[in-house]
Design a protein around this ligand. Structure first.
Ligand SMILES: [Zn+2]
Length: 383
């Protein structure tokens, strides 16, 4: 077979060009094998470790042919004696490597090492570990997205277990953790004339309201403490309680405080090291809680943050801590001491919890869930 080269025309040239277009190496298919095509072939050869000559000979052709395959278009498996080769295999290998499964170099060849890595992934997400990549394995790969990095498969398990628990709130267990509590641990305290506002009391009130709303939506709800516990509780104790209850979600409520009255706004925290290692489900919950609160209340958005706090690290379910404004800020305080405002915050958290259980493709815009409908939906279910 003569190499296809600059100046050639015909269907083979068009086919080569269309593959190069698919790889985004060439802007469009042209009539002839022109300079742009030659450059694209060179770039392709370089990326595949093939001798860079700008000619399409048998080796380059084979690689181009494999490049047609988009991941998911065919079932991949370890075939003997001729291995499957293609762009889809490379994409799979890169995905596995990103997630911390050792598939070796991303060489686009589905060899035994790739099959082993696939089987390992399948075991982690509860699929039959047959080492071949068919529709089910593809679905699991897609769902877990690109965010999981650093070879910590427990986050994969967490995400998968969460998805498998289904989209209804009914019967799910949630632990609400009002921060602080007890005479010795009031959290942030701000005097106000004859009165004084304490973080411990306000977050307990919020937890109490939230409990009512979540119960009405059909969830099992536990608070980590009562209104005035005898002893202060550590983060470890709160996490242990949630673990022993087998909770599906954990939400800790705090207020913030600072010397400067100018600091205000809401922030949400999830488990993560800050350099890529993160609980993806926890991060999603944090995002939803944060966005719903900001959109529904107009509080300042102090964003979400990854933390390794005991409470987030030791809980074995998606867990977040929300700091619902600064008690030391006159703006935030004025709102927080208003029960109607606290009710708004509670509705925002309820909407976020509901959205956690919507499949990602059925998610709705922030602020759009009418939380009163959740109770109606439950009532019609039970009717
Ligand atoms: Zn606090």
């Amino acid at each position: 077979m003569r190499s296809i080269r600059r100046g050639d025309t015909g269907p083979a040239v068009e086919e080569i060009q269309s593959i190069l277009v698919g790889l985004e190496l060439l802007p469009a298919v042209a009539d002839t094998f022109d300079g742009a095509t030659e450059n694209a072939v060179r770039a392709f050869q370089q990326s595949r470790g093939i001798g860079v000559d700008g000619l399409v000979g048998p080796e380059t052709w084979q690689a181009l042919d494999g490049a047609r395959w988009k991941l998911g278009a065919r079932t991949l498996y370890h075939s003997v004696p001729t291995s499957l080769v293609g762009e889809d295999v490379r994409a799979l290998q890169e995905r596995l490597l990103e997630m911390g499964f050792d598939s070796g170099r991303a060489d686009a060849i589905y060899g035994p090492r790739t099959a082993r890595a696939v089987a390992q992934f399948q075991r982690e997400v509860g699929l039959t570990p047959d080492g071949s990549c068919g529709p089910q394995t593809m679905k699991a790969l897609r769902r877990l997205g690109r965010k999981v990095v650093g070879g910590r498969p427990q986050w994969l398990r967490e995400a998968e277990a969460f998805r498998q628990s289904g989209s209804s709130l009914v019967g799910k267990t949630i632990v609400i953790d009002p921060g602080h509590g007890g005479a010795e641990d009031l959290g942030v305290v701000v005097p106000d004339g004859q009165l004084r506002w304490t973080e411990a009391d306000l977050v307990f009130d919020l937890a109490n309201r939230l409990e009512g709303r979540l119960l009405a939506a059909g969830m099992r709800v536990h608070l980590t403490r009562g209104p005035s516990p005898v002893q202060p509780m550590t983060g470890q104790e709160r996490a242990a309680l949630a673990n022993s209850l087998g909770a599906d979600l954990f939400i800790s409520l705090h207020l913030d405080g600072q010397e400067s009255p100018a600091a205000d706004g809401v922030a949400t925290y999830h488990y993560g090291t800050g350099n890529g290692l993160t609980s993806t489900v926890g991060e999603r919950l944090a995002n939803l809680v944060q966005r719903e609160i900001v959109v529904r209340t107009g509080m300042r958005d102090c964003r979400i943050h990854a933390k390794t706090w005991e409470l987030l690290r030791l809980t074995r379910m998606p867990a977040v801590r929300v700091d619902l404004g600064y008690l030391t800020s006159p703006t935030d305080r004025e709102r927080l001491v208003d029960p109607a405002f606290r009710e708004q915050v509670v509705e925002a958290i309820l909407a976020a919890v509901q959205r956690m259980y919507f499949p990602v493709e059925a998610d709705v815009p922030t602020g759009s869930i009418d939380v009163r409908q959740l109770r109606l939906a439950l009532a019609s279910r039970n009717a």
